[in-house]
Design a protein around this ligand. Structure first.
Ligand code: ANZ
Ligand code: ZN
Length: 826
């Protein structure tokens, strides 16, 4: 059906790769390592186009670095626990094991039919005891370190999935999986103490140069590390039933203290309770009632639109101005953050401004812009600047004023520096079957008892009944639940909750370093060699889920002595979505294009080439049938061009003679330029689309000169060889076939990436030496007179250079035009 015999070609080479174990990684193969990883999939049944895109991108990178003589690790596995398997069991009566294994087989077949170059000897699936045993083992190590605890608290409950969810999984009040509205339930649950690492998780984002800015911003906001000051405001009179004689606030703008003309507490603040109990304040009673009503209605609305509040009838003293100011209760102050109380500075905070306008409260500007700027009145000026109108601190810069405030009041313990975080501990227990059993028993005498390592794995029993009525199905299996206490031998009950499947995926990239290890989750030595992941590729939807949890795991494992790195993924590429008619491809929209259909109609090489050519990897990609056909025609053209010339070149040796004719020089120069462009674009932000465009352009010229000019067979062969090697990272099957038809007995995927021949580059090319602290670290060839910014981009994305600047501060960049780029780091 297609324009060239891709069916036979593709099967043939997939078999050869498998038989020769072409992509097997050998730990001992060399120190120049490159760990390339795509986020492993949930085995839902079939690959979708998003997967195809993700894995094709990773495959080009892996193939490229293999040819650049790196020792490449490019593994794949299965995030195999999770709800869909269990739902299938409830709906169709098929056991989650069977369902999952069947899906894994199918998706593995599909991945192989795409020609993705994985080392399948390292395959892992998280649902097998040889993997989840180590989840349990890690849980015990975390437990010993005090990083696991059980607590009763209000937690997110998904009524559809019938289980609790972590905060990250209930963003904006909806379940990350099924999008149902989440409810709050008071339940006893297991948590990982991720908050212990909040500060490091936030600060280390700064050293992740290889991550997209937007992902870092999302994580930083989610962690919500905030450095500010606690200030106590003394009550002007004692309040009955309230334990303190002050109200403490948390502020990031202590420099604005002089402008605090009122104070606002949350409706849930203890002082409100005392007043309700001891004073008659009908207005307050009414306000609280309404607050409760609203809270139930829109628990999760982030920004409260209408600021409501009521005066408490008490006053506090502003410690800087000594003025008495009114205290309000309002719905715009949350109890769960800071102290549940804020100082109201209407001139410099827009929320306070709105509130002050409504309540007719004084507005006093105490900050002006530095230099000659000015601020508009009748609006909050929220920038920092120079303090005005404030006793003791007028004239100081905001940053100095903050320090001065703490200095002034800390001796009486009325002010102190303080850090707040928005991040909450990670809730990891789930009331579901298809997950890792939590290795804990409840003993009548000893209480909560974690199992010993020798008791692992706690095997997930298979004889379950799926009723779909909620609660962990494990609770109904007596043989599982009833056990003995490992300490005292009395009757005990096993924990029946299982672990959040994000636990499984938080360390799978470590298991790939040493997947068959029966004694440890991974050997320290092997992880030391392979980690960190040099290039991680996946969807941005994991920005604060998987990517945050994995970073937490690495930091804990480092502190436990198992790792010598601070971060799991040095470089992250978040690929764009695959769209059709401008919308995301999805089942619910009915606009799915099935990869398998594309592969059977046009072949895997066409599917790959289209996806790589249609957009740079980080951008969204619009599906286009014409685009697919275009990619297919391009491959067919190469096929035809090659076969037309095959007889001429078959028995000659490829070479570049010294006495090239002008025509020969021209086409050979063009080849070198194409090679340079392809190499640069692959290394620089993976812009495969422009590399492929260069190959297309070259094909045009080459076919013209083959028809109209006299090019000698030796050179023709040289050109076909180089061209085929470049093409092979994008379209590997057709390239293997061409390579072997030329008379080669080895595989194209084992070739070295060709070197550019500088004698045959057009004159508009130059080589730039990249130095870090004066030492030569890399050389790049680029077009002459490129703008400094473009050069800098290329320099900073060179992996060889990255190694030397990672985690360091760049002090200076010096560019000597067309010659040297020097980076000074500290
Ligand atoms: C006075 C002030 C003046 C503030 C000013 C800001 C600007 P982040 O950065 O998110 O930590 N705040 C403190 N606790 C709060 C709570 N429980 N509910 C609602 N708002 C709260 O924000 C800290 C700022 O948010 C604090 O600094 C406080 O307002 C407010 F010109 O204090 B600020
Ligand atoms: Zn006991």
């Amino acid at each position: 059906m297609g324009l060239y015999p891709f069916e036979t070609i593709e099967k043939k080479w997939q078999n050869v790769w498998r038989e020769k174990r072409a992509f097997k990684t050998d730990d001992e193969k060399g120190n120049k390592k490159m760990y390339i990883l795509e986020m492993f999939p949930y085995p839902s049944g079939n690959l979708h186009m998003g997967h195809v895109r993700n894995y094709t991108i990773g495959d080009v990178v892996a193939r490229y670095y293999r040819m650049k003589s790196y020792n490449v690790l490019h593994p794949m596995g299965w995030d195999a626990f999770g709800m869909p398997a269990e739902n299938a069991a409830i709906k169709y009566g098929v056991h989650p094991y069977e369902w999952t294994i069947k899906n894994i087989e199918n998706m593995k077949r599909q991945l192989n039919s795409l020609g993705i170059s994985y080392d399948w000897d390292r395959e892992v699936a998280t649902c097998f005891p040889d993997y989840y045993k180590w989840n349990q083992w890690l849980f015990l190590q975390f437990y010993k370190k005090g990083l696991v605890y059980k607590k009763k608290s209000k937690v997110n409950w998904c009524p559809q999935c019938k289980t609790v969810l972590a905060n990250e999984q209930a963003e904006e009040g909806r379940c990350w999986r099924c999008k149902s509205e989440v409810e709050l339930k008071e339940l006893e649950q297991w948590f990982f103490r991720i908050t212990n690492y909040a500060e490091e998780l936030s600060k280390d984002l700064d050293i992740l140069d290889g991550w997209p800015q937007k992902v870092k911003v999302m994580q930083r906001n989610w962690i919500g590390l905030s450095e500010g000051v606690m200030i106590k405001f003394k009550l002007s009179e004692k309040v009955d039933g309230y334990k303190d004689d002050f109200i403490e606030v948390f502020t990031t703008r202590a420099d604005t203290l002089g402008g605090a003309t009122f104070l606002v507490v949350s409706a849930e603040h203890p002082i409100v309770k005392s007043i309700l109990e001891n004073k008659n304040n009908d207005e307050l009673k009414e306000f609280i009632k309404e607050y409760e009503r609203e809270r139930i209605q829109n628990r999760f609305t982030v920004g409260v639109t209408e600021k409501k509040g009521v005066a408490l009838g008490i006053q506090v003293i502003n410690p800087l101005t000594n003025e008495k100011i009114q205290v309000y209760a309002s719905n715009y102050v949350l109890m769960g953050y800071g102290t549940g109380a804020v100082m109201g500075v209407p001139a410099h905070d827009s929320r306070d401004f709105e509130f002050a306008k409504e309540k007719n409260l004084p507005i006093r500007y105490v900050i002006r812009p530095e230099g000659n700027g000015f601020y508009e009145e009748d609006k909050a000026y929220e920038e920092e600047g120079i303090v005005i109108n404030s006793p003791h601190i007028s004239g100081l810069k905001s940053s100095d004023a903050k320090k001065k405030i703490v200095e002034m009041f800390q001796k009486d313990q009325m002010a102190s520096f303080s850090k707040q975080i928005r991040l909450r501990d990670w809730l990891i227990s789930r009331q579901r079957y298809w997950g890792t059993p939590i290795p804990v028993v409840y003993c009548e005498k000893c209480g909560i008892v974690p199992l010993g390592e020798e008791d692992l794995p706690v095997i997930l029993p298979t004889n379950v009944e799926f009723t779909g009525t909620g609660g962990s199905p494990l609770a109904n299996i007596d043989e599982f639940v009833k056990t003995k206490c490992p300490i005292c031998g009395s009757d005990a009950r096993r924990e029946t909750d299982t672990m959040d499947t994000f636990v499984d995926s938080s360390w799978y990239y470590l298991r790939f370093c040493d997947p068959k290890n029966n004694d440890e989750p991974f050997s320290v030595e092997k992880a030391k060699f392979w980690m960190s992941v040099d290039q991680y590729i996946g969807g941005v939807e994991h920005a604060v889920l998987h990517l945050l949890y994995s970073r937490f795991f690495v930091k804990v494992l480092r502190d436990l002595g198992f790792l010598n790195i601070d971060e799991p993924f040095s470089n992250l590429l978040t690929q764009g979505m695959v769209l059709k008619d401008g919308e995301k491809m999805s089942k619910s929209k009915g606009n799915i294009v099935d990869p398998e259909e594309i592969i059977s109609t046009y072949g895997a090489d066409t599917a790959r080439l289209f996806i790589l050519f249609a957009a740079p990897p980080e951008k969204d990609l619009e599906w286009s049938d014409q685009g697919v056909e275009g990619a297919h025609r391009f491959l067919a053209r190469i096929w035809k061009l090659f076969n037309e010339n095959l007889e001429r070149i078959k028995n000659v040796e490829a070479s570049v003679e010294e006495d090239l004719t002008e025509d020969e020089v021209n086409i050979y120069k063009k080849l070198n330029k194409t090679l340079l462009k392809a190499s640069n674009d692959i290394e620089n932000k993976f812009h495969f689309n422009t590399s492929i465009a260069a190959l297309m352009e070259f094909t045009n010229e080459f076919s013209y000169s083959l028809r109209n000019e006299k090019i000698r067979p030796k050179l023709i062969k040289k050109i076909f060889e180089t061209f085929t090697i470049i093409l092979s990272v994008f379209a590997p099957h057709i390239s293997e076939e061409i390579w072997s038809r030329m008379g080669h007995t080895d595989l194209v995927c084992f070739q070295n990436w060709p070197e550019v021949d500088p004698d045959y580059l057009e004159d508009d090319i130059c080589t730039i030496a990249i130095q870090v602290n004066g030492k030569l670290r890399d050389k790049i060839m680029v077009e002459k007179d490129l703008e400094e910014e473009a050069i800098e981009d290329k320099v900073l994305s060179s992996l060889r250079v990255k190694k030397f600047i990672e985690g360091k501060q760049i002090l200076k960049k010096i560019y000597v035009k067309n010659k040297i780029f020097n980076i000074v780091v500290k």
